[in-house]
Design a protein around this ligand. Sequence first.
Ligand code: S3P
Length: 167
Amino acid sequence: MRIYLIGFMGAGKSTLGPLLAKELGYSCIETDNLVEKLAGKTIPDIFNIHGENYFRELEKQILHFTQICEDTIICTGGGTPCYADNMKWMKQHGITVYLSCDDEVLIQRIASNQKGRPLFTDAHSVLKLLRSRIVEYQKADLQFSNNDSQELTLKALVKALKKNYCV
Ligand code: S3P
């Protein structure tokens, strides 16, 4: 089974992914890390040197590579579901889980951890980007709000996965 964690920057995918993996006895990978390895560059360098389109191409290649992963939590980048046919592809190849958060929580988390996030400019533009993406995020098989306690989100998520997908 593959479980794709999706959601905007700051939604907590990278924090929750390893916790969920541990709980289920799964592996955990991050598409952003694999893109960096493939390119031999950091994400900001990929954006600066080659541009966003090139990043999206690598991101799609890495996503397709994940079809060989079994029993794995795949933490995706915030934009992954919103380019090419990535959302449709993820739904065909695993369970998609959308981690949502209130605007203020997202802004606060992104602002306090901007490193590696070339798309963070200012709160207004970021929220505009979020609004344009929500339609794709909401196609996910499951959705959980992840504002406060990771523990509570994890518990609810494990329960739903066991009940609906027998993981
Ligand atoms: C992006 C989010 C980032 C990273 C890249 C682009 C986006 O991942 O993939 O900077 O388009 O929202 P995180 O969601 O892990 O910050």
